[in-house]
Design a protein around this ligand. Structure first.
Ligand code: PLP
Length: 379
C-alpha cells in the first residue's frame, strides 16, 4: 500500500516505510556524508546523490513522511520555520504585492515588514479571519496571500477554502502557516491552498529538541515550487541529517500526541472559561470563540493544544499567575510534550498584545495535574 492511501497514524508510526536497507533495521540510520563518490568511469555511484547541500537520504526520508501526512505532491525541509518562510517570500518579485494576515506569529510579521521595505514590495496586513476584509484586499492583484490557521496567539480561524478563492481572484498564491494545527488537524492543500508551511520545531517534532521548517505544495510542477526548490539548493538553507532523523522519530507519535493534547486542552479551556479569575479564554474549541464554526468545519480530530487566557486584572495579575505555575514551563514556543506558559506582552510589548494575556501550550501530562496547577496559580 502506498503512503498516500494510508491513514496519518499509520504513515507516522511507520515513518512512511523508512528503514535501513543495509542492515534490515526497522529504523533508518543517519546518512551523514556531505559528498558522494563517483566510479572509475566518473559516473556517480548513486545518480541522485551528488553533494550534501541538496541531496541527503535522511532528509529525503523525513520529507516523504511529511509529504504523505500533508497529502502534498512534494515537501522540502529547511533548518527552521523562518528559513522556510523566507525561501517562499523571496520568490515575490521586487515591486510585487503581498497580502498578509494581521495578528499572526510576530516573527513572520516583523521579518516580512523589513523584507518588503528592502525589496519595494507592498505589504498589506489585513484581518483575514474576516472574509469581507480579505475579499476587499484581494480585489487588487497580488503575488502572495499568507494566512496562519489557527493564528498565534489570537487563535483566529481563517476559512481556508474561502481564502483560496479570494487569493485566486487576486492572481495570488495562497500559503498557509498551519504550525499550530499540524496536518493531523488541518490539511490546507485539500481546502484549496497552494502551499502549506510548518515550523516543525513545534508539534511536528514535539520534543523541543529540533529546529526545523517545512514547505509542502499541491503542485510540484508549479513555477513557484520550482523556484523555492532552486532557492533552497542555491542559497543552501538545508537541514542537517541528525535534525531530520530526530524529526522523523518525533513524527512517529504525532497523531497520538495531538489526540491527547487536544483532549486535555479542550477540558482545560472549558474549566478556565468558568473560573472567576479568568476574563476570557481564546480557544477555537469553545462555542463562544469567534472562529469556532469555521474551526469545526475545517479542522479534523480536535481544536488544537494552544490557547490564550486573559487573566482578570492587568499585567501584574497575569505575571503572578505565570510565576505561581509549577508544571507549566515559563518559556516561549509551543507544541512540545511539556506544557508551557508565555506572558506574551513581556516578549513583544510593541505589538499591542493585552498585558493580561497568557498563552498556554498544553502538553501530554496528566490532565488532572495540569488543572490542579492552573487552579492553584489562579487562586
Ligand atoms: N510560524 C509560527 C506560527 C510559529 O509559532 C513560529 C515559531 O514560533 C514560526 C512560524 C517560526 O518557526 P521557527 O521558530 O522554527 O523558525
Amino acid at each position: 500500500m502506498t503512503g498516500d492511501r494510508l491513514k496519518p497514524a499509520t504513515v507516522a508510526a511507520r515513518a512512511a516505510g523508512a528503514h535501513e536497507p543495509a542492515s534490515g533495521g526497522v529504523v533508518p540510520g543517519i546518512s551523514v556524508a556531505t559528498t558522494y563518490l563517483r566510479g572509475e568511469d566518473y559516473a556517480l555511484l548513486r545518480p541522485d546523490n551528488i553533494y550534501g547541500r541538496d541531496q541527503n537520504d535522511t532528509v529525503r526520508q523525513a520529507e516523504e513522511v511529511l509529504r504523505a501526512l500533508e497529502g502534498a505532491s512534494a515537501s522540502l525541509l529547511f533548518p527552521s520555520g523562518m528559513a522556510a518562510v523566507a525561501a517562499l517570500f523571496r520568490q515575490v518579485p521586487t515591486g510585487g504585492r503581498i497580502v498578509i494576515q494581521s495578528g499572526i506569529y510576530w516573527g513572520v510579521t516583523a521579518w516580512a515588514r523589513a523584507f518588503c521595505t528592502r525589496r519595494g514590495i507592498t505589504l498589506d496586513e489585513v484581518d483575514a479571519a474576516d472574509a469581507g476584509t480579505l475579499g476587499s484586499a484581494c480585489t487588487k492583484p497580488a503575488d502572495l496571500v499568507w494566512i496562519e490557521v489557527p493564528s498565534n496567539p489570537w487563535l483566529k480561524s481563517v476559512d481556508v477554502a474561502g481564502a483560496s478563492k479570494a487569493a485566486a481572484r487576486a492572481g495570488a498564491i495562497l500559503a498557509v502557516d498551519a504550525t499550530s494545527a499540524s496536518p493531523i488537524l488541518l490539511r490546507p492543500l485539500e481546502l484549496g491552498a497552494d502551499l502549506v508551511m510548518h515550523s516543525a520545531t513545534k508539534v511536528m517534532n514535539g520534543h523541543s529538541d529540533v529546529l526545523a521548517g517545512v514547505l509542502s505544495v499541491r503542485d510540484a510542477d508549479s513555477a513557484i515550487w520550482q523556484a523555492v526548490a532552486r532557492d533552497r539548493h542555491d542559497a543552501g538553507a538545508i537541514i542537517g541529517p541528525f535534525e531530520a532523523w530526530l524529526l522523523m522519530r518525533g513524527l512517529r507519535t504525532l497523531p497520538l500526541r495531538i489526540e491527547r493534547m487536544c483532549r486535555t486542552a479542550l477540558t482545560l479551556a472549558q474549566s478556565l472559561d468558568q473560573h472567576d479569575a479568568v476574563e476570557a479564554v481564546l480557544y477555537p474549541g469553545l462555542p463562544s470563540h469567534g472562529g469556532h464554526d469555521i474551526a469545526k468545519s475545517q479542522m479534523q480530530r480536535g481544536f488544537g493544544y494552544l490557547m490564550s487566557v486573559l487573566v482578570r486584572g492587568g499585567h501584574a495579575d497575569a505575571a503572578r499567575v505565570a510565576s505561581k505555575l509549577q508544571l507549566f514551563g515559563r518559556a516561549t514556543s509551543l507544541g512540545g510534550v511539556e506544557s508551557l506558559v508565555e506572558h506574551r506582552h513581556v516578549i513583544e510589548p510593541e505589538t499591542g498584545i493585552p498585558e493580561n494575556l497568557l498563552r498556554l501550550s498544553i502538553g501530554i501530562e496528566d490532565e488532572a495535574d495540569l488543572w490542579a496547577d492552573l487552579a492553584q496559580a489562579l487562586a
